[in-house]
Design a protein around this ligand. Structure first.
Ligand SMILES: NC(=O)C1=CN([C@@H]2O[C@H](COP(=O)(O)OP(=O)(O)OC[C@H]3O[C@@H](n4cnc5c(N)ncnc54)[C@H](O)[C@@H]3O)[C@@H](O)[C@H]2O)C=CC1
Ligand SMILES: CC(C)CC(=O)C(=O)O
Ligand SMILES: [Mg+2]
Length: 358
């Protein structure tokens, strides 16, 4: 069977990094068909919408999606529905990609690239399971209105709605417990139950689901403490499960433990084994078009694509091994460069991974 992969590069560094991941996927000579489509600001410019129906259709009809990133400051004054970010939010929602897996692994060669002391981060291997289609990112009502009560009655106010339905919490809980069961059996649920009703509800359901996983040790932590513990003693964590907003923030923080945001891949999965694979970072407009972005998070996302959506674990292992090799050779993009290593461009990093594969 030929697997169909939708390739959606998007904006900023999106094309530069996805190009390298496509080269890697192609070099593996698997039975895959890649089809590219516009998304984000690029699609808005071309077709008047950040997620054109043709792109969504292609994504839905594919086994997996390789996604770059969307967004650029120049679109920030557009009405929200036309902003590039609506493309990735729309794909997640329309395809039910509720389970976002963000593994934060420190490759030993990058121990000095991390902003933390090597002894704090060496050997780091944690998994953040972020709920991706609910929470305040999607809750309604939202908007700007005239305040009807409170100290600022009569003023304009902005508002959003944080909400989680029971099904949403149960299904992400199961994904996280299953992942913890296959790893070191530790699951930390991160919330803000001391303040938020939504979080107390989340916590109660986590405790209920935990009854089906007596082999997994469930703990709870408030998000402010979790942000602190991630830089104090990150290796205390095994699997973290959290909501959309907290997971977004904590995963960027965890990225720096691995040396750079350019190292953190992700998989976003739905209930039908379809997945969208993208680096955890954004479109980095500040370095776009310079051929200096780190493509490894995207290349490692392609490895996750092979493992989770195509059942090609051996090919995924090969990519991860090739990444280990290029790092061992001392090759570094600017974001992970340190004295004594060799600074390479985005495409040179791609060349090196390809060479290590052959
Ligand atoms: N999934 C997506 O498409 C996402 C899109 N965004 C969008 O991206 C745009 C920029 O957002 P920012 O907050 O600046 O986040 P960002 O992740 O794009 O960049 C943050 C910082 O990290 C650096 N960086 C990011 N990826 C890198 C890489 N591969 N190699 C080297 N350095 C890298 C950037 O140069 C920048 O200094 C915004 O429009 C935002 O909405 C942000 C996050 C995710
Ligand atoms: C558009 C944003 C919600 C994307 C983001 O920051 C992320 O998924 O990490
Ligand atoms: Mg983010």
């Amino acid at each position: 069977m030929t697997y169909k992969i939708a390739v959606l590069p998007g904006d900023g560094i999106g094309k530069e990094i996805v190009d390298q991941a496509v080269r890697v996927l192609t070099a593996l000579k698997l039975d895959i068909a890649l089809e590219e489509a516009p998304v984000g600001g690029a699609a808005y410019d071309q077709l008047g919408h950040p997620l054109p129906p043709s792109t969504l259709e292609l994504a839905k009809n594919s086994n997996a999606i390789l996604f770059g990133a969307v967004g650029d400051w120049k679109y920030d004054s557009l009405p929200r529905e036309h902003r590039p970010e609506q493309a990735i939010l729309g794909l997640r929602k329309n395809m039910g990609l509720f389970a976002n897996l963000r593994p934060a692994i420190l490759y030993p060669q990058l121990a000095n690239a991390s902003s933390l002391k090597p002894e704090v981060v060496s050997g780091l291997d944690i998994l953040i399971v972020r709920e991706l289609t609910g929470d305040i990112y999607f809750g309604t009502p939202r908007g700007v209105r005239t305040a009807e009560d409170g100290a600022f009655k009569g003023e304009q106010e902005g508002f959003d709605t944080m909400r989680y339905a029971e099904t949403e919490v149960r299904r992400i809980a199961r994904i996280a417990f299953e992942a913890a069961r296959k790893r070191n059996g530790k699951l930390c649920s991160v919330d803000k139950a001391n303040v938020l009703e939504t979080s107390q509800f989340w916590r109660d359901i986590m405790i209920d689901v935990s009854k089906q996983y007596p082999d997994v040790a469930l703990t709870h932590m408030y998000v402010d403490n979790a942000a602190m513990q991630l830089v104090r003693a990150p290796k205390e964590f095994d699997v973290i499960v959290t909501g959309n907003l907290f997971g977004d923030i904590l995963s960027d923080e965890a990225a720096m433990l691995t040396g750079s945001i350019g190292m953190l891949p992700s998989a976003s999965l739905n209930a039908s084994n379809q997945g969208l694979y993208e680096p955890s970072h954004g479109s980095a407009p500040d370095i776009a078009g310079k051929n200096i972005a780190n493509p490894l998070a995207t290349i490692l996302s392609a490895a996750m694509l092979l493992r989770y959506s195509l059942n090609e674990s051996a090919a995924a292992d090969k990519i991860e091994e090739a990444v280990r090799q290029v790092l061992a050779q001392g090759l570094r993009t600017a974001d992970i460069y340190e004295e004594g290593t060799e600074k390479v461009s985005t495409s040179q990093m791609g060349d090196a991974v390809l060479k290590a594969l052959s």
